[in-house]
Write a protein that binds this ligand. Structure first.
Ligand code: HEM
Length: 241
């Protein structure tokens, strides 16, 4: 809702939609993960955004991992340590508050977040880690598997919840993604609001087919260049929202 309000305030001017969508998703995930105060949330979202840039950007040190001095010379190590310290400070504070609240049997903990669940696992000693599996793009199942063709799903009955093994964006089996529903809601709700409340124009008279759809490097799939669009308010947001 905050994202839509912000976009509505820019009615008729170009906005960096990618940036707003990143901010909004990170904020939802931080809210689900920890009961952070708004200042703490802001720090965490800014750290996530900065670390995504570092993790997905080009780093000379990644090309020559054996040259141990490179991360020092380029300042990469310093930047990563600074971010790590920042997020550690905030998270340590939140973990301590929630541990204390759980030990006191505080009623606030009735509304469990992700951290409460992890703290319970920590007590039971059953927390394990596993590698994320690669999702295979197999030409025997998909035409042009590397191409961005969302229309391929239009006439398809294929599901994404792990029952059709040729399409497993959330994995499958025992280690399937536990955040599937949250991830799905995090995409569908904002998208529905963006389409319901706004019409969208591409700046500089560009056509949709001319948009640069190049994918960026990194561990998640994202655009190489941010999507900039002009929002035109179609159905104003409710004044009370
Ligand atoms: C569209 C969004 C998302 C996608 C595409 C996605 C995808 C995946 C994939 C492919 C795996 C590996 C599954 C396997 O090993 O079989 C995974 C694991 C995992 N995901 Fe997600 N995920 C998403 C959102 C989330 C969210 C929002 C959360 C938590 C808030 C989350 C938490 C996890 C965790 C904890 C695991 C590890 C599970 C385990 O190893 O037992 N994911 N996810």
């Amino acid at each position: 809702m905050n994202m839509c309000k912000w976009i509505a305030s820019r009615d008729g001017s170009p906005v960096d939609l990618s940036e707003r969508l990143y901010m909004s998703s990170y904020d939802v995930i931080v809210r689900a993960a920890v009961k952070a105060k708004s200042e703490e949330r802001k720090v965490m979202v800014s750290v996530f955004m900065e670390s995504t840039k570092l993790a997905t950007g080009f780093m000379m040190a990644d090309l020559y991992p054996s040259v141990k001095l490179l991360p020092l010379i380029t300042g990469a190590r310093f930047k990563i340590r600074r971010l790590r310290r920042k997020v550690d400070e905030v998270l340590d504070g939140i973990i301590e508050q929630q541990r204390a609240a759980a030990d006191d049997g505080d009623d606030d903990t009735k509304l469990e977040d992700f951290l409460d669940i992890l703290l319970k696992y920590e007590k039971d000693g059953t927390l394990t880690t596993d590698n994320v599996k690669a999702v295979l793009l197999r030409p025997e199942y998909w035409n042009d598997p590397e191409e961005f063709i969302p229309e391929r799903f239009e006439e398809s009955t294929i599901d994404f919840n792990g029952s059709n093994l040729e399409y497993i964006p959330f994995g499958a089996g025992r280690r399937t993604c536990p955040g599937m529903l949250l991830g799905q809601a995090n995409m569908e709700l904002p998208l529905a609001m963006l389409l319901y409340h706004f019409d969208w124009e591409i700046p500089n008279g560009m056509k949709a087919e001319e948009l640069d759809m190049t994918e960026g490097l990194g561990s998640t799939l994202h655009r190489e260049h941010h999507l900039r669009l002009i929002p035109i308010v179609k159905r104003p947001l409710c004044a009370r929202a």
